[in-house]
Design a protein around this ligand. Sequence first.
Ligand code: GLY
Length: 328
Amino acid sequence: MTTDGTAPEARESAARSPFMLSTWSFGERANAAAWPALAAGGSSMDAVEAVSIFCEDDPEIDSVGYGGLPDRDGEMSLDGCIMASPEQCGSVCAIRRHRHPVSIARLVMQHTPHIMLAGEGADDFADQHGQQVEELLAPRAREAWVKWKQENPDQARGVRPVDRDRGGQLFASGNDESRWKDLHDTIGVLAIDEQGTLAGACSTSGMPWKVPGRVGDSPIIGHGLYVDPYGGAAVATGTGELVMAICGSFLAVELMRGGAMPRDAITEVLDRIASRSDLKPEHQLAVIALRPDGHWGSGALRPGFRLAASDAGGHQLLEPEIVRLPGT
Ligand code: GLY
């Protein structure tokens, strides 16, 4: 397995084999769960859905699915999308009764002429397609919300804007080494199968304590995720507003379509974000990208991001190739 631009020959051979790339440390165990089917000839679309379901079911992940942190009023809402090409993509946002936004997004893609369903309509559509109604707010996430509300009464009443807009990490503890392993946000996953078909998905409970109704980048095609069979695939994680403002995933893929290597495409996305005049210390954004020929890359605005890469050689948790603002 290669982790940067140093061994293109190795990547050329990897391009003919299944490969999977996921965001954050929990991506490693999700990849491990989905890998056997992909390695046995399964489709990349099935693999990215399986990785998403794994994370959506894990109550320990406080930024995705069950276990995610709620909005300012203590209500949960989930967003997600899936994509293989501009003709094959689906999305849902602000669902409140179902745990698996990526699976519902895939149903939208397969059974409607639309790309995106929102809110109550998306939940009703999920009911009609046999998706199970489940509790989304885990006891631990509710306790975290109660504590936040007590400590931030003005923000909880909406009198002051929420000032903590970095996803996840609420349950992080211990020394620095153990803390970075707990930093996380949206699960984003990209895969290529043995047919050479690319697919991607992302799933999130959104920004903790968000203003009710807020939707971030994750379910919006071209923002949180974009896949073009001729250009490649890119997925973003972190403060959604940063990537939404520049159509970041589309930008990365469009640059790769023009011939850029993933690391150069990601550098351009991060440069545009780093040049904002209103960047805050808590803003974090990371991108992973994969070209159809198997070249891949990763980068983050600040230290702390990790990604998981899986191929026939096993599963690895890696640091990103690029950290745009090191030492912050
Ligand atoms: N990246 C997830 C969100 O901002 O909602």
